[in-house]
Design a binder for this molecule. Structure first.
Ligand SMILES: Cc1cc2nc3c(=O)[nH]c(=O)nc-3n(C[C@H](O)[C@H](O)[C@H](O)COP(=O)(O)OP(=O)(O)OC[C@H]3O[C@@H](n4cnc5c(N)ncnc54)[C@H](O)[C@@H]3O)c2cc1C
Length: 427
């Protein structure tokens, strides 16, 4: 991507954007730094706030795959309530299954904005299918943040080529929002670790080849006594519960993970001993951007269905889109989706930059986007009237799917706690 200054700094007037009267009055004004001046990209004038056209091209390619391969399977994926192996194969074939893995590990190397666009476009077609991308992101992120080079080389290439799916296991029956209350234990035994406990709500459990598992290694150290491990699905002592019966996201398998005398080599410790909670929360800062993108995609999908329907459906002798009450609803829906999208991309930029503001932006994006997805999908059902309440148009599925984005990777109450802490810490 080549962003060149439009005109050389010498050619610019000394003070831009000033009312000449200010200069005459000797009040002066703030001289613009050359970097703030409009730049060109492929001949078009752009400002850095607008994404370069390459992202639009990437979106168009992702949408073509989603519309062609995923959307036609979305209703069946939901109805079957099973992992969609056919969709996974299509995602792998198009290279969309695990966006953002660096090129040195065989990945596409895209930045977090492009990765968000990929999740968004898949979720617009089928939220369940987009959990393939978000589940991989949950597994890959801790490896990228604290994994050793050996660990990254061991796992990332397999995920990058679609040979292995990843999962992330932190929640327990009695430790949901309060993850530090976890009871799952990991005990050192010579060069090995032995894990025991039950993890709950694990997305892709039973499908994923590798799981990032968090367990207590040093109970006396409280939240500093938790460590992260890479567990293999074929390690001894691994078992799974029955798939949960969920109201939405039914094509994403959610099961308990049982660890009974699960013995793994010492080099599966991920990050420092006792740093597990830091690893978990630091990873969630990044992965919440993906959940936020998933929510934007669900909302956009519902808005698109509603836009099409209101122009076709006639009542009182005219298309219902001609009623101002309907138009106002559409305008509000689109406004919220766009606001959420902008926040997601801002959060994604903080993710790529690994900025200190990511914690706030990740929580804010997840919260805003998921609340938007819930309200927009509910309004979409309303705009389709009785047909919206049936499975015929898919908006009821989107409404059911939207709900989970307000709950997982930290409920929206927890996101508000995270944001408030950041705000108060800054003072
Ligand atoms: C479909 C699905 C997939 C999931 N996938 C995974 C996964 O892959 N890996 C994984 O580890 N986990 C996963 N989870 C778990 C998920 O992250 C938790 O469900 C979530 O963090 C909430 O925990 P909980 O369900 O125990 O709710 P609780 O913590 O019991 O919360 C219940 C209610 O109390 C509120 N509450 C709790 N504490 C506070 C507080 N301090 N202030 C205000 N309100 C509060 C919550 O916001 C919520 O409304 C998944 C869950 C689901 C449903």
């Amino acid at each position: 991507m080549c962003i060149r200054p439009a005109i050389s700094a010498d050619a610019m007037p000394p003070h831009i954007g000033c009312d000449p009267r200010d200069l005459r009055n000797g009040r002066g004004c703030i001289p613009a730094h050359p970097a703030l001046r409009a730049a060109t990209h492929e001949g078009m004038r752009v400002t850095p706030y607008l994404l370069p056209p390459l992202y639009d091209e990437f979106r168009a390619a992702a949408r073509a795959v989603a519309d062609g391969e995923i959307a036609p399977r979305a209703a069946a994926t939901d109805a079957r309530a099973e992992f969609p192996h056919d969709v996974y194969a299509a995602l792998v074939a198009s290279g969309l299954h695990a966006p953002g893995i660096p090129e040195e590990y065989g990945g596409d190397g895209v930045d977090a904005i492009a990765a968000a666009i990929a999740v968004e476009e898949v979720a617009r077609a089928c939220a369940s299918s987009s959990t393939i991308l978000t589940s991989n992101k949950l597994g890959v992120t801790p490896l990228l943040l604290v994994g050793t080079e050996q660990q990254r080389e061991r796992y990332l290439p397999e995920v990058a080529v679609g040979d292995a799916l990843m999962a992330y296991a932190i929640s327990e029956r009695e430790a949901g929002s309060d993850v530090a209350a976890m009871r799952c234990r990991a005990v050192a035994d010579g060069d090995e670790w032995v894990l025991d406990g039950v993890k709950t709500w694990i997305t892709s459990a039973g499908i994923a080849r590798y799981l990032i598992v968090f367990a207590v290694t040093d109970p006396e150290s409280g939240s500093r006594g938790i460590s992260a491990f890479v567990v293999h699905a074929d390690d001894p002592g691994i078992g799974y519960g029955e798939p949960e019966h969920k109201m939405g996201l039914r094509g994403s398998v959610t099961r308990e993970l049982y660890l009974e005398d699960c013995r793994i080599p010492g080099d599966r410790l991920l990050g420092a001993r006792g740093a597990g909670l830091k690893v978990a929360l630091g990873s969630l800062d990044h992965t919440r951007v993906s959940v936020a993108a998933q929510a934007v995609g669900i909302a956009q999908g519902a808005l698109d269905v509603a836009l099409g329907y209101v122009q076709e459906r006639r009542q009182f002798g005219q298309a219902i889109s001609s009623f101002q009450g309907v138009q106002f609803m559409l305008a509000d829906m689109a406004m919220k989706v766009e606001a959420a999208r902008q926040m997601v991309y801002a959060a994604a930029a903080h993710s790529t930059a690994r900025s200190s503001q990511l914690t706030f932006f990740g929580a804010a994006a997840k919260c805003l986007a998921s609340d938007t997805a819930m309200s927009v999908t509910t309004d979409a059902v309303q705009l389709l009237g009785g047909y919206g309440y049936t499975t015929d148009f898919g908006v009821e599925r989107m409404m059911r799917d939207a709900k989970i984005t307000q709950i997982y990777e930290g409920t929206n109450q927890i996101q508000r706690i995270v944001m408030a802490r950041q705000l108060l810490r800054a003072r």
